[in-house]
Design a protein around this ligand. Structure first.
Ligand code: GMT
Length: 383
């Protein structure tokens, strides 16, 4: 199949899922055309089946806001016509689903029909998409997609609750490449971070408000009162300077390391004794799954789809959003009972294996077949 993938070329989240999906599809023999405004960070391989088409927006003094959506729709038209795409798969509804709708209408006039699949990832529904400045367009473009998937049951339910959706939403969970994400014990690195055998707590994210990173620091401060521990925070974003200030206020700054944005995150995750994810919104929690694949149990909130990934009492513990005391108590319990900790590490890995890309890829392929076969096709002009 010839598949166009539209996504945000960002570290983490929907961009990573889209990129990894495209790479796996290419490996399975499909031809994959990425359409984004810059090369996605994880599109770091050479493959004869992977193509990259950059969207550039011409600037003009009149444009206070660059019309990215129009440029994206034009690029989708161009790639569909010239590469004869069978399908366009857009990740994150805003503005990809509406740009795809526009591209589809333009292609119709050229006698070409290309089905569009929209994958909902989270904040496109639970946060940004609900805003009145986007809601009508999001609702319309979801309903006009030929296929719609959500990355968790929770996100599917939120979508039906928040929007007037007339179409079926298929849940296809996020996945993990277990060849890449596996425990790689580098004890000398651990020793440099935790020279006196301290326990290592870790978090990775884009440091946005929804992640409630202040809760992570507060949990850590409580844990550190009982157990010698260090905290490593990976990633960067708008909340970082406030979090640095909080570390100083709680007098834990000497035990907290900020590592910034990292490639090869699995190397760092492998060192952790525990992963923290305290978000107030999280449609899935890919970061937690990546940690679990590296045999790291998770202390998390119960936001959105997190409990579908982190099983309470099995792969870690789940607490109410903001219940810092409960999260800290669970972390202390886990870290002070070696048998329990070891069991949870093994359970975390076993749970992660259920999301192995090898198991999830065929779900996408079957879904693609279903959507393309039900779509009526215009005869292609140059075939
Ligand atoms: O977590 C973020 O803020 C990034 C965001 C994105 O859209 O890139 O991530 C969302 O999609 C990920 C991949 O499907 C999910 O694992 C995250 O849970 C989801 N984030 C939120 O719902 C806040």
């Amino acid at each position: 199949m010839k598949i166009g993938i539209v996504c945000y070329p960002t570290y983490g989240g929907s961009g990573v899922v889209a990129t990894e999906l495209g790479k796996a599809l290419a490996l399975a023999g499909h031809q994959v055309h990425f359409i984004t405004y810059t090369q996605p960070p994880r599109l770091d391989i050479f493959s004869e089946n992977i193509f990259y088409h950059e969207v550039s927006v011409a600037s003009y003094p009149l444009f206070e806001y660059l019309p990215y959506e129009s440029a994206l729709a034009s690029k989708m038209v161009d790639v569909t016509v010239n590469e004869k795409l069978d399908l366009i798969h857009v990740h994150y509804a805003i503005p990809h689903a509406s740009a795809a709708y526009l591209a589809k209408q333009i292609l119709k006039y050229k006698g070409i029909h290309v089905p569009v699949i929209t994958t909902l990832h989270g904040t496109d529904i639970t946060l940004v998409g609900r805003d009145p400045s986007f809601e009508p367009v999001v609702t319309f473009s979801i309903n006009e997609s030929d296929g719609v998937t959500a990355v968790s049951e929770s996100l599917k339910n939120d979508t039906y609750e928040e929007f007037e959706i007339l179409s079926h939403i298929e849940v296809i969970p996020n996945f993990i490449d277990l060849n890449r994400f596996q425990k790689r014990p580098h004890e000398h690195f651990k020793k440099s971070l935790c020279p006196n055998g301290e326990k290592l707590l870790m978090h990775t994210s884009n440091f946005r408000k929804v992640k409630r990173i202040e809760d992570i620091v507060r949990v850590f401060a409580l844990v550190r009162k009982k157990i010698p521990a260090k905290l490593v925070l990976i990633g960067d974003g708008p909340e970082r300077s406030g979090i640095e200030a909080l570390c100083r206020e709680l007098e834990v700054q000497c035990d907290v390391r900020f590592l910034g944005k990292m490639d090869g995150i699995e190397e760092a995750l492998s060192l952790a004794d525990l992963f923290l994810l305290t978000s107030e919104k999280e449609s899935f929690g890919l970061a937690a799954l990546e940690a679990m694949a590296c045999e790291v149990p998770v202390i998390s909130s119960n936001a959105g789809g997190i409990p579908e990934v982190n099983i309470h009492g099995v792969t870690g513990y789940v607490s109410e959003i903001g219940d810092v005391k409960d999260m800290a108590a669970n972390a202390i319990k886990m870290l002070s009972e070696p048998i329990l900790h070891d069991q949870m590490k093994a359970n975390a890995l076993a749970r992660a294996q259920e999301f192995d890309i090898v198991k999830i890829l065929p779900l996408y392929e079957k879904y693609y077949e279903r959507i393309t076969s039900k779509s009526w096709k215009f005869p292609k002009q140059n075939d």
